[in-house]
Write a protein that binds this ligand. Sequence first.
Ligand code: F0G
Length: 436
Amino acid sequence: MCGDLLDVSYDWDRAAPPSSLAFFEEKWSRRTDPLCLSGVWRFRDLLPFASADKVITIGEGQTLLQQADRVARYVDLAAGCLFLQYEGMNPSGSFKDNGMSAAFTHAHSIGAQRAACASTGNTSASLAMYCAVTGLMQAVIFIGSGKIAYGKLSQALDCGALTMQIAGDFDDAMERVKEVSQELGIYLVNSVNPFRLEGQKTIMYRVLEALRWQVPDWIVVPGGNLGNSSAFGKAFSELFELGLIDRIPRLAVINARGASTLHQLFEQRGLRWNQGSADMEIVRSYYAELDEQHLKAETIASAIEINRPVNLRKCLRALETCDGVVRDVNDQDILDAKAQVGTGGLGCEPASAASVAGVKLLRQQGIIANSDRVVCILTGHQLKDPTATVAYHTTDQAKFNEVLGNRGVQRASFANRAVAVPNDLGEIVKAIQLYS
Ligand code: F0G
């Protein structure tokens, strides 16, 4: 027992991985096989921890890489240089299904009857859906009180998850779920679970696939519990080791300013992986400061409202692998970027837009070049958090203040306000002619 997270490591000599990424193209022609249809399991040769008959899939990973030129203009990238990897297309509407399919597969293979997670909403929605669709396990989810967006909560409730609303925030719920799963022998599917990250590696495989196996210059991802960033680093490190890619893209992890532990530690306090000997004293003293000042995570991007990311060390490793940077962006930047994604992309929830706001900042700082090829991960569907979206576009100042003003959001620069009209044909026609 080292007290640290477990990591999945393969003996590639025995696993016999393919000699070229183009190997995976042939799977599409066999998509009547659920393992070839799944955007996770068609890359099974690169996460060979489960035999085919054990795999649980509900059709995850049918996602899309969208070239988004209008959003590129907003962040000052050249046309053709910004791509949005839209993970909202997953069955439960977020990237979590990639990892859940893998963790669920492992849970089932060891005979688990119940599975638990703490969540800011998407992990719980995903777990609830895997349990509901397969009928194989009971979902037990831990959420912070008042902390989860309605779209996500409704999914968990609809899917019949046992929903424990903790009087506390995500960081509290995470602590409790670890204790409870230990005590009751419930399988834990949070990203402390190494199999989750194996599934999430496939997001990067699909990005490469959509780019015809060309490696982009940057991968930009919002950072919360840091499972995704950790998984991406592992994916690229393995692909490079296997000779399947000839270079590794740079990674930018974007925190929300009200939940910016990684940014604080990495950019302000010099914390580094240092080939495995990260100075964890820096982390302990930062957490002690948070406690002393009673500082809790606070951002409109509730999905990443996390101050104690469980995958911190693995993320540091990923940042080393990918020559990474970390930035934080405020709620104003996040919501403006989200509105831009809505206008010129496929739409997303607030946390996802942190990636686009991060690119804008890194462009201003000259760290990303105008001609760099950049992939932002849109981690969650637009419909996950309608409250934030409607408040941004509203004409009702009181509503705006209640949801956003309190968080330091001052304006809705890209608001698309509904036009109020009388129930009268002439007035409606006049208004359309005036505004269109
Ligand atoms: N974006 C969305 C939409 C998320 O739901 C999350 C995490 C993240 C980004 C951050 O990803 O944790 O891998 O750094 N949501 C978790 C949850 C914590 O409980 O649903 P990460």
